[in-house]
Design a protein around this ligand. Structure first.
Ligand SMILES: O=P(O)(O)OC[C@@H](O)[C@@H](O)c1c[nH]c2ccccc12
Length: 261
């Protein structure tokens, strides 16, 4: 059976093959040279987490599970609102086919604020690392469920060599064990199963108790209320990746402040 994650990965592989054929590495290198250096993503998150709830605020127009989330989508305005509301970092969806994202949204959002930015996309090839840096990304996401350990390690090394941080996404204890073979200690637990879209906070509760010391642990997806964050915080989770609940608010800055302030 082909589930949604497999379908997304298939689209992504075809897309990357096409981009590789038309974009010489020298072009990416030239664009990287024009970018400001990576803003420390994990460092910004850890600094906020030391003082309270640390938020990775996501700029997300649509998703395969929810369809269109925000009509008046405006990445630079959302970036400014998230920063003013107290977010530690941004996440910007760049996947076009499934999330109506775009590389230009990331570049525009980053240019409008001083926060570190995660490129939220599906990495399937190390070529996407210089591509991510060329559009300004400070961090990339690696989804354990998507790739084998060899490819994950190859992409991670490429990202670290570019000075970027890596958020490693897991959903179960087995993936957490595999994640510990990588170098990054920035671990996200996706409460949403990318194979069937079900959301279960118990996933995070279970895994945070298993995470080795020294990890920065991020709860991802389906978080909506202050009570959701407080329940996570009681179990020791201080970092949160939130998109939809904030993107649906008319006043994004006020909503961000109310959620984490
Ligand atoms: O909009 P939400 O439910 O707050 O979720 C944000 C983020 O966790 C979610 O977009 C996400 C987490 N991991 C992903 C991997 C790919 C695409 C999207 C995601």
């Amino acid at each position: 059976m082909t589930d949604i994650l497999d379908r997304i990965l298939e689209t992504k592989r075809a897309e990357v093959t096409a981009r590789k054929a038309t974009t010489p590495l020298a072009d990416l290198d030239a664009r990287i040279a024009e970018q400001t250096p990576p803003r420390g993503f994990r460092a910004a998150l850890d600094a906020k987490a030391a003082a309270g709830h640390a938020l990775i605020a996501e700029i997300k127009k649509a998703s395969p599970s929810k369809g269109l989330i925000r009509e008046d989508f405006d990445p630079p305005a959302h970036a400014r609102a998230y920063q003013a509301g107290g977010a530690a970092c941004l996440s910007v969806l760049t996947d076009e086919t499934w999330f109506q994202g775009a590389d230009s949204y990331l570049t525009a959002a980053r240019g409008a604020c001083t926060l570190p930015v995660l490129r939220k996309d599906f990495m399937v090839d190390a070529w996407q690392v210089p591509e991510a840096r060329a559009i300004g990304a400070d961090a990339i996401l690696l989804i354990m469920a998507a790739l084998d350990d060899t490819l994950l390690a190859e992409i991670e090394v490429a990202a670290l060599e570019c000075g970027m941080d890596v958020l490693v996404e897991v959903h179960d204890a087995k993936e957490l064990d595999r994640a510990m073979k990588l170098k990054s200690r920035l671990i996200g637990v996706n409460n949403r199963n990318l194979r069937d879209f079900t959301v279960d906070f118990a996933r995070t509760y279970e895994l945070v108790s298993k995470a080795p010391a020294g990890c920065t642990f991020v709860a991802e997806s389906g978080l909506t209320t202050r009570a959701d964050l407080d329940a996570m915080a009681e179990r020791g989770v201080k970092c949160f990746l939130i998109g939809e609940a904030l993107m649906r608010q008319h006043d994004v800055e006020a909503a961000t402040r109310a959620l984490i302030g």
